[in-house]
Write a protein that binds this ligand. Structure first.
Ligand code: HEM
Length: 285
């Protein structure tokens, strides 16, 4: 964790110190964030809890009130939405599952080791998957949580994810109401509840005629997030940014296909498994 001055350090220390009382008074006692326990006890690891709350401090420029209230909102949102269930318990539409890929490139550069691929171009023939916004959101958040479970918050070179949107197949952009709703909602949830977890986002195979879509969508995104975006018309240039990507279609070094690289089994954290067990016991009683 890096602090540029004493004030930043002070904000972080205050949040760490106030956390038990904030969680008790404002978050209904819910102390889970991205599968990790924020308060001391079994399954707690201080370095990880601190790395996570640091992200909220950094995202809100070390302004205590904003960092603390967004962290509380996030814990309350998690208590209700249950993103861990979306990630590890629920079944999602098979078409959606087929366009969401996770890859792990341990030898690649810092914070490009875990990559989420969204092959949204392949969905142009399946616009029905966007009709139920909540269903789409649960799928997309589930994928986000599984990518986070592949990170290591004790390792500063692997504590955020890279994301790729492949728009191959998109020839024109009709203002589909459902796609717009899903896009807006995912952006809003990521923006608020997943701060400092994105390292870079590459939009590939974007037809030149559609670069204007980028100008429209980016308006919903903060300047800090926007600075992490890279748009490539040619998908085979991706390998310049992601060396272990498949050589075929993406220009990386790997002979494997993206499907072969897909990490299908992601292990939930011990605390996630504990919470699942607790829920099952409560349901049985
Ligand atoms: C975000 C879908 C076309 C640029 C998103 C998101 C979805 C989506 C669901 C939410 C964020 C996420 O899932 O990570 C689609 C579909 C498209 C399409 C289905 C076409 C059929 C385009 C095009 C561009 C574009 C042509 C131009 C580059 C963006 C941008 C974001 C975004 C800049 C914001 C990313 C973020 O905040 O993380 N899109 N999109 N999209 N899309 Fe698209």
């Amino acid at each position: 964790m890096k602090f540029s001055n004493d004030l930043e350090k002070k904000t972080f220390s205050k949040l760490a110190e106030q956390l038990p009382s904030l969680i008790e008074k404002k978050c209904h006692g819910y102390d889970e964030l991205y599968g990790y326990k924020l308060l001391p006890g079994e399954h707690y690891k201080e370095t990880i809890a601190h790395a996570l709350i640091y992200k909220f401090c950094k995202a809100y420029k070390f302004q205590y009130e904003e960092a603390a209230s967004t962290l509380c909102d996030t814990l309350n949102w998690r208590r209700e939405f249950d993103p861990l269930s979306a990630a590890f318990s629920e079944r999602h539409d098979e078409i959606l599952n087929s366009v969401g890929i996770l890859t792990s490139y341990p030898k690649d550069e810092a914070n490009k080791k875990v990559v989420t691929w969204n092959l949204y171009g392949a969905l142009v023939q399946h616009k029905e998957v966007f009709q139920d916004v909540n269903k789409f959101l649960r799928y997309r958040i589930g994928l986000m949580e599984r990518s986070i479970a592949l990170l290591d918050f004790d390792d500063e070179t692997n504590n955020s994810v890279a994301q790729v949107h492949d728009y191959d197949g998109v020839s024109m952009w009709k203002t589909d109401k459902h796609i717009k709703q899903c896009t807006k909602q995912v952006i809003a949830v990521f923006q608020k509840h997943y701060p400092e977890l994105l390292s870079v986002k590459l939009f590939i195979n974007v037809p030149s005629l559609l670069t204007w879509v980028y100008d429209v969508v980016k308006k919903f995104v903060s300047e800090e997030t926007r600075q992490k975006f890279i748009v490539l018309n040619d998908g085979t240039k991706l390998g310049e940014y992601m060396h272990s990507a498949p050589s075929k279609l993406y220009g990386g070094n790997s002979k494997e296909t993206l499907e072969a690289q897909n990490v299908k089994e992601v292990r939930p954290t011990d605390y996630t498994l504990y919470l699942f067990e607790k829920k099952v016991s409560a349901d049985v009683e």
